[in-house]
Design a protein around this ligand. Structure first.
Ligand code: SAM
Ligand code: SF4
Ligand code: SF4
Length: 361
């Protein structure tokens, strides 16, 4: 039977919360060349992963011969905390730990414990494989929330996506463990690649409806240089919303704050919330407040940057806090990135961009 098509209803926008206006920051606040604040710091704690997701770390490239970073090149926890503290002093409100697979970094809970002393929200993005084992320690260390990646609810599709034969049930068990210890609200992220897992959009929606977890669909991006990205493999968010809306009518929800990357929708019958992240079809560079610290201490002002700024060298050559503060401020003030707004066939040529597993998603 054909699904009923119901018009999508957009809710009326309310005013932004006070102090959240990107164009009127508090006096002295750090702004880049396009007037954007620095708000979110993403820290990659490892470039390694136990999955080989086809869109991120394809097996043919990330094989046994792949040169992952040696331990001596990784920032230590002390180095990470020092940089994070300076960022918080400069206006960062949210820190996300990522990778690679962040739960593969030994004693990650010790890092979280130190970061949790800063007056910011601490979150972590994971493939969920080690969550059952680690959820309690993460919560006790002070982690606020987790985002779990899950690219399908059918085992065969999910196994094809992670390419290491990892079962859906184990990720679901990890999500349950995170919920049990209160790492909520949990966001579940699905990258949609046409012809690979777009048949999972509705099954995932059906599964997580009413669960209290927020399912979000991410457009497949041309990040890095190894995934062989093609525009025709991107499923536009508008299509995702239309497909779900045809089965479960949706209503738009206001953003929590300007610059929130996910567009929020809720089931009209009260079944909870979903989100879509339109990184390709509706660029959100104008409100991008993110900066990324790579596993080896390179600072990147854009996910699609071709080069970073070497903070590790400064740290290891004895730079004081003031010098680091000045460097970080100079990097942000000189930031002009808007890759997704100006993406063209020429910009997606392979070979020059850093990998997502290195820079941190
Ligand atoms: N390993 C962890 C995980 O998968 O959640 C954290 C790191 S991963 C690089 C962070 C996020 O980036 C994941 O949600 C992943 O699906 C997403 N990602 C990776 N490559 C992507 C791509 N080419 N396009 C869109 N999202 C991508
Ligand atoms: Fe690993 Fe995450 Fe990349 Fe998948 S998306 S290969 S889990 S880093
Ligand atoms: Fe931010 Fe760069 Fe992504 Fe634009 S392309 S939203 S500037 S990270």
């Amino acid at each position: 039977m054909k699904a009923r098509i119901i018009p999508i209803v957009r809710a009326v926008r309310t005013t932004l919360p006070p102090g959240r206006d990107l164009v009127a920051p508090p006096e002295g606040e750090l702004l880049d060349l396009r007037g954007r604040r620095v708000r979110d710091l993403r820290i990659s704690v490892t470039d390694r992963c136990n999955f080989r997701c086809v869109y991120c770390m394809p097996k043919e490239i990330f094989d046994d011969d792949y040169a992952f970073l040696p331990r001596s090149k990784l920032l230590s926890f002390e180095e990470i905390v020092r940089i994070a503290r300076i960022f918080v002093e400069q206006g960062v409100e949210k820190i996300r730990l990522t990778g690679g697979e962040p739960l593969l970094r030994k004693h990650i809970e010790n890092l979280i414990e130190q970061l949790a002393k800063l007056p910011v929200e601490i979150t972590l993005t994971t493939n969920g494989s080690l969550l059952r084992k680690k959820a309690r320690a993460l919560k006790d260390a002070g982690l606020h929330r987790v985002t779990v990646s899950l690219d399908g609810i059918a085992d065969d599709v999910f196994k094809r996506m992670n390419d290491v034969d990892y079962a859906v049930g184990d990720v679901l068990d990890g999500i349950a463990a995170a919920a049990e210890v209160g790492l909520a609200p949990i966001k579940v992220n699905c990258v949609v690649k046409r012809g690979a897992n777009d048949d999972q959009i509705l099954p995932l929606a059906r599964h997580f409806r009413g669960s209290g977890h927020i399912l979000r669909f991410i457009e497949y991006m041309d990040v890095g240089s190894s995934n062989g990205w093609r525009m025709d493999e991107v499923v536009p968010s508008a299509e995702v919303v239309a497909r779900i809306n045809a089965e479960f009518p949706l209503q738009a929800v206001d953003a929590n704050y300007p610059g929130e990357v996910a567009e929020r929708w809720r089931y009209a019958d009260g079944g909870g919330e979903i989100g879509v992240i339109s990184s390709v079809t509706q660029a959100f560079c104008a409100t991008c407040t993110r900066i990324r610290l790579s596993t080896e201490g390179q600072l990147y002002t854009c996910l699609f940057a071709q080069s970073g700024h070497d903070l590790r060298a400064m740290l290891r050559h004895g730079a004081g806090d003031e010098a680091l503060r000045r460097e970080i401020a100079a990097v942000w003030r000189g930031r002009d990135d808007r890759y997704s707004e100006i993406r063209t066939a020429a910009t997606v040529l392979p070979g020059s961009k850093v990998e997502m597993s290195y820079i941190g998603g």
